[in-house]
Design a protein around this ligand. Structure first.
Ligand SMILES: [Zn+2]
Length: 161
């Protein structure tokens, strides 16, 4: 079953594949891709689905998003299990659990810094300007700082309850 098309330029995007978008990449031939026929923007899908990764983006936006991901966002959560503070990282399973939780916390932290609702804070939805803001918001931030922020939030909620 095909997932709902993302909207771009006020119209639903069209589902196509890598054969159209990346003609020189036979390895991506069958990769599902949503394309906006009005502005020629496109975006990929979550692995093995046709669920769009955010909304279609033009080249500059795609570049800003992937730079933010590769250089700023991903290094922060992907090394979370190695930043100390976890006594029982006993193997790849718990490390991957820690990283998954870290990613969620990092998104929460970023949403607050950017003044966005958590559900609107997704890299796949960022504009070029928001990528810049997000990079700025995470400048000098380390994962232990994010964890501390998360623990303080949790404590506030518990005290309020
Ligand atoms: Zn468009």
């Amino acid at each position: 079953m095909t997932d709902a098309p993302p909207l771009c330029c006020g119209v639903p995007a069209r589902l196509t594949n890598g054969a159209e978008i990346y003609p020189n990449r036979p390895d991506l031939r069958t990769k599902p891709i949503w394309k906006c026929d009005r502005c020629k923007s496109y975006c990929g899908c979550h692995p093995n689905t046709t669920k769009s990764l955010g909304v279609p983006a033009d080249a500059a936006t795609r570049k800003a998003r992937s730079q933010f991901h590769d250089q700023v966002f991903d290094p922060l959560w992907k090394n979370a299990d190695k930043t100390g503070g976890y006594a029982n990282v006993d193997g790849p399973r718990s490390a991957s659990k820690i990283r998954k939780a870290a990613r969620g916390r990092l998104y929460g932290f970023l949403a607050e810094k950017m003044g966005l609702a958590r559900e609107h804070c997704h890299t796949g939805m960022f504009t070029v300007e928001q990528c810049r803001q997000a990079t700025e918001a995470l400048r000098g931030v380390t994962y232990p700082m994010v964890r501390k922020w998360h623990d303080a939030k949790k404590q506030q909620r518990e005290q309020a309850a």
